[in-house]
Ligand binder design. Structure first.
Ligand SMILES: NC(=O)c1ccc[n+]([C@@H]2O[C@H](COP(=O)([O-])OP(=O)(O)OC[C@H]3O[C@@H](n4cnc5c(N)ncnc54)[C@H](O)[C@@H]3O)[C@@H](O)[C@H]2O)c1
Length: 343
């Protein structure tokens, strides 16, 4: 299945020429309090001829919820949404996931575009058609597969992004690197740290190539879940605890644990394991896990979407650049991986 266009070169000219062909009845731009300040001006400059209506939703992971969907659906109705309307999602992964879901379900689906403004959203959240919201503290429990009409990638937005959020996005770029590079060395790892357009395109192309072969995640796409089985449990743990950790920070913890599990199952050289984990540690924002909470994290693993028949399923690395999927891992090894991270 082919994904819809991703505009990376002269993105605004490509957007404009697509909009001219489409003739929408209403143009809605959804922002949060930060993208309204930092990003809206850039978009308005490029689509000033369209009389857009602004909708603002609250920022942050805790607002990736059904309550915020209610707010958005309500505003869309109040502002006259119809089936020929279009929505532009201008924001990070939270806003893109939420707007994609609301657009796909409003009037059984209206057109939407992603204009991702964080690195995480550019290289990951906007690519691949998964969207949805958290529910009862569990990550992405309610959602659909749906595609935006197009995605507009402009790294100019990254200029106002904090270092912490840049690092958050770099984690997913590093994940793509680990999944595809068979001869990993420090130079290759360091390359992911440059979030320029070339690196962004390289990361997007990798994800796109996987998703196009397996859109509904029946097998191959599962490789992209590397680091996310434990990562999502960590994120649930963080959400429930009211801690303010970012998705990428939790995934960095998840990748360290899942690298440890991979190394144990496939007899890796310990030096390679330690080298990559040392590289990843600064991306965890020193997430602390008390050993008293290991059992809770394992409980959360069982509720993950990737869990079937009560057993969590892992995507691991047999070796660098050689991912494997649907691997069952014993609880004892999961605990050891959490100890490895914590120590
Ligand atoms: N659908 C998917 O396939 C997929 C993949 C990866 C991540 N995600 C989801 O993405 C979310 C994380 O996304 P995120 O890391 O972008 O976080 P985010 O959407 O919360 O954005 C981070 C913060 O940066 C602000 N912001 C956004 N753009 C800005 C800019 N240009 N300048 C200044 N501030 C800006 C936002 O208002 C927010 O406060 C998680 O919910 C995760 O589950 C989804």
């Amino acid at each position: 299945m082919k994904l819809n266009p991703i505009f990376t070169n002269s993105p605004w000219i490509q957007l404009e020429s697509l909009l001219q062909k489409k003739l929408y009845s209403n143009y809605f731009i959804v922002v949060d309090e930060n993208t309204e300040i930092h990003c809206l001006g850039i978009v308005i400059q490029h689509i000033k001829d369209y009389n857009s209506k602004l909708i603002k939703i609250p920022q942050g992971e805790s607002n990736k919820s059904i309550e915020t969907c209610n707010l958005l659906w309500n505003e869309l109705i109040e502002k006259g949404v119809d089936r020929k309307s279009v929505i532009f999602a201008l924001g990070g992964g939270v806003l893109c996931d939420l707007v994609g879901f609301c657009s796909a379900t409003m009037l059984r689906g209206i057109d939407f575009f992603y204009i991702p403004t964080t690195l995480m959203a550019m290289v990951d959240a906007s690519i691949g058609g998964k969207c949805g919201v958290n529910f009862l503290h569990f990550k992405n429990q309610i959602g659909v597969f749906t595609l935006p009409i197009a995605i507009v990638i402009d790294p100019i937005f990254l200029k106002t992004l904090s270092q912490r959020h840049l690092k958050n996005g770099i984690v997913e770029m590093l994940k793509h690197t680990l999944l595809k590079e068979t001869n990993l060395d420090a130079q290759i790892l360091n390359r992911s740290l440059h979030c320029n357009l070339d690196q962004i395109i390289e990361s997007i192309d990798f994800k796109k190539s996987i998703v196009e072969k397996d859109f509904k995640e029946t097998k191959l796409r599962k490789i992209l879940n590397f680091g996310h089985t434990i990562g999502h449990a960590i994120e649930t743990y963080s959400l429930k605890d009211g801690r303010d950790y970012l998705h990428g920070e939790c995934v960095a913890v998840g990748m360290i644990c899942e690298l440890y599990i991979s190394a144990a199952l496939y007899n890796w050289d310990k030096a390679i394991l330690n080298e990559i984990c040392d590289f990843l540690r600064p991306f965890t924002n020193q997430f602390k896990i008390s050993e008293f909470d290991f059992a809770t994290i394992i409980e959360y693993l069982k509720i993950d979407k990737k869990t079937q028949f009560g057993t969590p399923s892992f995507s691991l690395l047999e070796q660098m650049g050689k991912p494997v999927t649907e691997i069952k891992v014993s609880e004892a090894l999961i605990v050891k991986s959490l100890e490895f991270y914590s120590n």
